[in-house]
Design a protein around this ligand. Structure first.
Ligand SMILES: *Cc1c(COP(=O)(O)O)cnc(C)c1O
Length: 443
């Protein structure tokens, strides 16, 4: 983009100026519609989510065997929801704001197998591919017990095929570990942001790690190229995959069950606000889609990004989607939130979900570090920096009476609201690494 193009963009979209200056920014979506109006643009529906859910149920006996840590949940990969009242108190004090309603944390950070939200979409897409290959070759039928996949015969079968993916870290972990366990040859193309321990863990699991000195976009492009030359190689496309998206979406119905068990209501009188850290968009987009399908118009999804990587806010706000990258504006895409270090958002997710998302905001790395330390101190829960992006959400919403008024929330409804912060990763961060995160905070 030329300087003139940027000036024109700023003239039409004034918040772009704040993004360029790396100032924390929030934008509440004026184009939001009801689920009924917005759903046709997604191009997916409840039958697709049910299909994904059934596929995960078919694979559950296999997962329970292959990953004993999932045996307790019978091979279903799901995380706990916990109340964090001490953190709520600390947040209110730190930001001098009242958060009406209760504050909960969704601990995808502690999902089994790979310790991040990517254990939903990433693993699901590998399983989908494996099932397709095995069924095509007449080795498996959907009615069978899938624990038969945990065998040398199947490992040998899958070893004829390969899988490739580009990642900032966590998607690579999920896809690498799952693919290698099934027997695939798997290559993970890692961007410069990827943490060393994640690469080591992958190598220890027999995964081929290819390192790049550039960012996520380059790692994905190179991964795609490497896969193109090999007809037996399947490239998992984080930027456009509907399969990944559907793997994430299953979370909606699951959360509804958890809320039922906990006695938490979601309806007109009890609105639900959900805060989701966003990188390329597949994870938060898929989860938000599932939440909308489960809770309808009473769930309000808000995406959180680092000030240095505000790709989804930029894409949706300007309507340019994947036709613009933060680097086009001179924003460097360098952030400690490695899971969110993405310069160009998924065009598929932005276009599919732009009518169903209430808002977007950015926060600084320093703020994420503060929140990381605060959660550690108040609740003894340890997360990676990316996973704290959503923690600012209840503050941002509580401070924006313009948004709350436009949406016609009454005080009474807000008192009965639930704020759910989606903790997207950190359960597998080594202790020494976590100590570094904790000491990075200056108060
Ligand atoms: C990948 C990731 C996200 C965001 O998911 P996207 O699909 O990239 O938007 C958020 N948090 C963590 C910890 C992640 O690894």
């Amino acid at each position: 983009m030329t300087q003139l193009d940027i000036q024109n963009l700023v003239a039409n979209y004034p918040l772009v100026d704040r993004l360029i200056k790396l100032e924390p920014t929030c934008w509440f979506n004026f184009n939001i519609t009801s689920l009924a109006e917005g759903l046709p643009y997604v191009g997916l529906d409840q039958t697709n989510i049910a299909d994904a859910s059934e596929r995960l149920t078919r694979f559950a006996p296999y997962l329970a065997l292959a990953f004993p840590e999932t045996a307790a949940t019978n091979g279903i990969i799901e995380s706990a929801v916990v109340e964090i009242p001490a953190m709520k108190k600390a947040l209110q004090q730190r930001y001098d704001v009242t958060i009406a309603g209760q504050l909960l944390l969704k601990k995808d950070s502690h999902l089994p197998i790979s310790g991040s939200i990517k254990a939903r979409g990433g693993i699901y897409e590998v399983l989908t591919h494996a099932e397709k290959l095995a069924i095509e070759q007449g080795l498996l039928s959907k009615e069978e017990d899938y624990s038969k996949l945990f065998s040398d015969q199947f490992k040998q079968f899958f070893s004829q095929y390969s899988i490739a993916v580009g990642s900032t870290g966590n998607l690579g972990l999920s896809i690498g570990i799952m693919s290698a366990k099934l027997g695939f040859n798997v290559s993970v193309h890692m961007s410069a942001d990827a943490r060393e321990w994640k690469k080591q863990k992958l190598r220890a699991n027999g995964v081929n790690v290819v390192e790049y000195e550039q960012d996520y976009g380059v790692a994905v492009e190179q991964g795609r190229k490497a896969a193109e030359s090999d007809p037996k190689c399947f490239f998992i496309d984080d930027e456009n995959s509907k399969t990944l998206f559907l793997g994430y979406s299953v979370a909606g119905q699951r959360l509804k069950h958890q809320f039922n068990e906990m006695g938490i209501k979601v309806d007109r009188e009890h609105p639900l606000f959900v805060y989701l850290p966003c990188g390329v968009g597949g994870g938060p987009g898929g989860v938000a889609f599932g939440l909308k399908m489960a809770f309808g118009d009473h769930v309000h999804c808000i995406f959180a990004e680092p000030t240095h990587s505000p790709c989804m806010l930029l894409g949706v706000y300007t309507g340019l989607h994947d036709n613009i990258a933060v680097q086009d504006l001179g924003i460097d895409n360098l952030t400690a939130a490695d899971g969110l270090a993405v310069g160009r958002a998924s065009g598929f997710v932005g276009r599919a979900m732009e009518r169903l998302l209430d808002g977007f905001y950015t926060l600084s790395d320093q703020e994420m570090y503060h929140l990381l330390a605060l959660l550690d101190k108040t609740e003894d829960i340890q997360l990676e920096p990316s996973a704290l992006a959503g923690m600012m959400g209840p503050i941002v919403v509580s401070q924006h009476s313009d948004y709350l008024n436009r949406m016609h929330f009454t005080d009474q409804q807000l008192q009965k609201a639930t704020h759910l912060v989606w903790a997207t990763g950190g359960g597998m961060v080594p202790q020494a690494e976590m100590a570094k995160y904790l000491s990075a905070t200056v108060d």
